[in-house]
Design a protein around this ligand. Structure first.
Ligand code: NDP
Length: 387
């Protein structure tokens, strides 16, 4: 085949440049010497043992958020299921490689005691069942992670805390937002008074809950305060680091059949010892809205989608100086993480490595005291003081 003068010159040029590159490389040495690690390569952590968790109740939260979150956990894994529906449980067990022998029903719950792989249970049942299933698990020597609200009354919560202490087991309440990066940053802003002293907290946590739903059943411990309002209470408590000393409240009881047993909406205020006033609205009958706004002396911040599972967004506003400088508004970049996974890992580490728990039973009990006071205030139309 004839080679044109042009193609010959092109080939010659490529050959020369390859030769030059190889010579330069030989002078520099190999790019990645086989005996050297790249300086920023992180070796994986060797996790010698993961916490084995039995999931109790295979409802929406367990199936759609908690079980998938284990895939992102370092220190916890699902090893057993407790359910009233064996067919569903078998299917879930197969998906998560849980042996069929590790499926239990509610009557056979205590058999968990004989499964050495189960270190702990995660109670994801209707609120009215939290106390009973927590105490039963503690009595057979298992640690407990329990969904919010911890129970349906202060007395139940106290029994759960006593059972954990008597059986020397860990009891943690699943207040996932205390493991969520945007809320952790919010806590830091408040604690360090980065915007000055806190003044007002405004929280809205509302949704439209269709019947049938455990949230609409009084017998199952439902209600707007219990389901969504508790986030506004817990949030104001962890932002201020205080317990409210006085509450006022009004509620709306709707004539819609779905609200025959629980109020549709509750609005309440909480007064804190430092002078912070928090006002909150929660509803099971309105369009979805989940918003948190914190006003301090020198600025404010708000969180959009504040109580959702993902998509939280913070906006910080510093007040302008008296010389007329306009407000400075910043949207800090905060890593989005699967906070269900971080919460499960925190629970596991508390047990496996003896680390302190951020959301112990006492945190859930404090919220139930506030809920009881809000309910009393709504019933009587009077402000209620908390001791
Ligand atoms: P679901 O109604 O979807 O699931 C509850 C599950 O509990 C059922 O699927 C069932 O599981 C079991 N159950 C046992 N007895 C009953 C009964 N009598 N009536 C109804 N269910 C029963 O509820 P969710 O998953 O939405 O909520 C469960 C818990 O999780 C609640 O305490 C809720 O407050 C909390 N939650 C927390 C959230 C968070 O962000 N931290 C978000 C959503 C809920 P089975 O069929 O396997 O027996």
């Amino acid at each position: 085949m004839a080679i044109s003068r042009r193609s010959f010159l092109q080939h010659a040029a490529i050959g020369t440049s390859t030769l030059l590159a190889a010579r330069a490389q030989a002078q520099r040495g190999p790019i990645a010497p086989p005996d050297q690690q790249s300086a920023d390569a992180k070796l994986p952590e060797v996790v010698s043992r993961k916490l084995g968790v039995a999931i109790v109740g295979l409802g929406k939260l367990a199936l759609e958020e908690v079980l998938p979150a284990f895939g992102e956990c370092k220190y916890a894994q699902p090893v057993a299921l407790v359910s009233g529906h064996p067919d569903k449980a078998k299917r879930v067990a197969a998906a998560y490689k849980i042996p069929a022998e590790a499926i239990y029903d509610y009557a056979g719950y205590e058999k968990l005691a004989n499964n050495a792989k189960v270190d702990a249970v995660y109670i994801i049942l209707p609120n009215s069942m939290h106390a009973e299933y927590t105490v039963r698990a503690l009595k057979v020597g298992k640690h407990v992670l329990c969904e919010k609200p911890m129970a349906t009354s202060v007395a139940e919560a106290e029994q759960m805390i006593s059972a954990a202490s008597a059986n020397k087991r860990t009891l943690m309440i699943a207040y996932r937002l205390q493991y969520e990066p945007t809320h952790l940053r919010a806590i830091e802003i408040c604690r360090k008074q980065e915007l000055g002293a806190l003044k007002i907290i405004r929280a809205t946590n509302c949704q439209d809950t269709k019947a049938p739903n455990i949230r609409l059943s009084k017998a199952l411990g439902g209600g707007p305060l219990q389901d969504v309002g508790v986030y506004c209470i817990n949030g104001a408590r962890y932002l201020t680091g205080e317990m409210p000393i006085e509450v006022t409240a009004i509620e709306h009881r709707s004539s819609e059949p779905r609200f025959a047993e629980v109020p549709e909406s509750v609005a309440f205020t909480m007064r804190f010892p430092s002078g912070v006033i928090s006002h909150a609205s929660c509803s099971l009958g309105s369009a979805e809205s989940r918003h948190l706004e914190v006003l301090a002396r020198e600025g404010a911040f708000e969180i959009e989608n504040a109580f959702t599972y993902r998509g939280l967004k913070m906006r910080v506003r510093r007040a302008g100086k008296p010389n007329g400088r306009p407000n400075e508004i910043v949207e800090p970049k905060i890593e989005e993480r699967n906070h269900f996974a971080d919460e499960l890992d925190a629970f596991a580490q508390a047990i496996l490595s003896n680390k302190p728990i951020r959301t112990p039973g006492a945190d859930g009990l404090a919220d139930l005291r506030v809920i009881a006071a809000i309910e009393q205030a709504a019933r009587t139309g009077r402000a209620v003081k908390l001791g």
